[in-house]
Design a protein around this ligand. Sequence first.
Ligand code: FUB
Ligand code: ZN
Length: 639
Amino acid sequence: MEKAKAISNKAVKITDGFWKEKIELIKNEVIPYQWSALNDEIDGAAKSCCLRNFRLAAEAIKKRKQGISTPVYAVDKWEYTPDNSEPESFMGWVFQDSDLYKWLEAVGYILQNENNAELEALADGAIELICNAQETDGYLNTLYTINNPALRFTNLRDHHELYCFGHLAEAAVSYYEATGKQALLNCACRYADLICREFGEEGKAGYDGHEIAEMALIKLFKATGSDDYLKQAKLFIDRRGTKPYYFDIEQGKNRGNELYYEYNQAHLPVREQDSAVGHAVRAVYLYSGMADVAAETDEEKLLSACKRLFDSITNKRMYITGGIGSTRHGEAFTTDYHLPNDTAYAESCAAIGLTFFAHRMLKSDFNAKYADVMERCLYNGILSGMAEDGKAFFYTNPLELRPDEVKTDPDKSHIKTERQKWFGCACCPPNIARLISGIGGYCLSENESTLFINLYCSLEAETEFGKISIESDYLNSGRVKISVNAKKPFRLALRIPEWSKGFTFSRENPFIKNGYACFDIEGKDTLTAEFNPEIRIMRANSRVREDIGRVAITRGPLVYCLEEADNGSGLHLLRLSPHPKFEFDGGSIYANAYREEDGGSALYFEYKKPNERLQRVRFIPYYKWANRGEGEMQVYIRI
Ligand code: FUB
Ligand code: ZN
């Protein structure tokens, strides 16, 4: 297995351009905004109760330590609201704690690259609160601590205790790497140690209903060097899908239909799984953990399963935007080539999870296709989840929308016509924040001989081979300048983006392997690469019924869409002209299309060629849609 490791976010400084602007937005707008949301300070937004829960848990622990008994409340729901719960009990979704952890992880990534005493002080306060909500034996979950500690770890399938642990651990590593402060890392390790005792070789044969603990344990293993965490991650992976099903044991009953187990990817032992199934976020989080464990243990069988699952997703079950999850039912995958545009679930978190998975595959399988998928997700199905001002979010990311249908069709009730200020189930907004703030960690990787450039952000980085900087005009001209100051000779591998029709490098005859152009570098050196981000008319495989006879417009990594605001209503009436006469103005794409004229009032009538009129249409990047009020949107246009 040829291995590589990612160069960490801390070693990579994004210097300017598109992603620098996004990181600044996260730092200046999104992080403060989300802090207010977690504190329930945003008017008109769904309540989080996240910080409130931590405060209540800390108080309960304090009281119990003083010998004062605390009330017991039910632990029997996914969402606790003032209507279904006692006023002093836990509120929100069972996994509400994870929102604060994701926020802290994002703060950690920001602090890895700059000093910000105010932000650090805010985070330290939150960490103190988290530590106060931790039980003496390391357990940390506000739902159980507030409502009924005696019931902890009795419903791994649904109650997200290991999921919340996973987010705690990821936040802890990010914050520790940023500040060197141990408090949150110690807190996460104490919880990890409890989990290793409870679910280790000698313990209960459980694993999480919502995967993430696997990849989080690997992060803790890397940060602390403790083998126990690697062993536990592998145990969780090895156990999943083996019989008798742990979820049956804990629930005291069999679910009757094997299909139910697919929701948690627990239908088969993971090494036997071929198709991506079930809840999409869970799936890609599991596969990310599998890819991590395969890389740490050099296990070919596990890696082969990861490769099959990656191909299952990206060759048959992924939207052109990098979105995954074709149905709202179970927020899940369905079947191959079933990619409906207007009922798509395509949760922001799922595209984020696919990015995690692709990123981890690069550790063991040197192939540009993984970075291509990261890029597809990042520029499209992830960024679309956030408004341009960083203060509103999409949970689901359809590729086509008519506001009147969304409002009247219960099958589309998961879709919103405009981004929301916050959600009761707010998994996506802080997930977007942590991904973008840490994007530096996705750009480069290295092994003993080679430095790989996976994403072309403008950056400066410290690597094993010396300093590297990238000046990127990737989105606009496709031109990228790379300067290195090498401490020792090495090979530089530049990913050739799959969208680039042709490319030129300032040095001739690169050796091309697995989609990377490789150059031998010594001393101070500068290389330029010119990729070709020309406008492309893309189609889907003809097995995708919804897209037959339709095309999507892309330029470079960006997928484009039509909006009512630019093109009028009735976007379905448009078809791209065979002579579109594309024009790119640095942001939008203009093209000729024909608009079918109103066919009168009859619902059905005998066919005759419809009248059409020429219309110049405007396409905007998909991620920017719905920033100008409510209206129709369409990625695919008839051709
Ligand atoms: O269950 C935790 C998160 O909430 C999932 O990842 C999302 O799909 C949402 O259901
Ligand atoms: Zn989400």
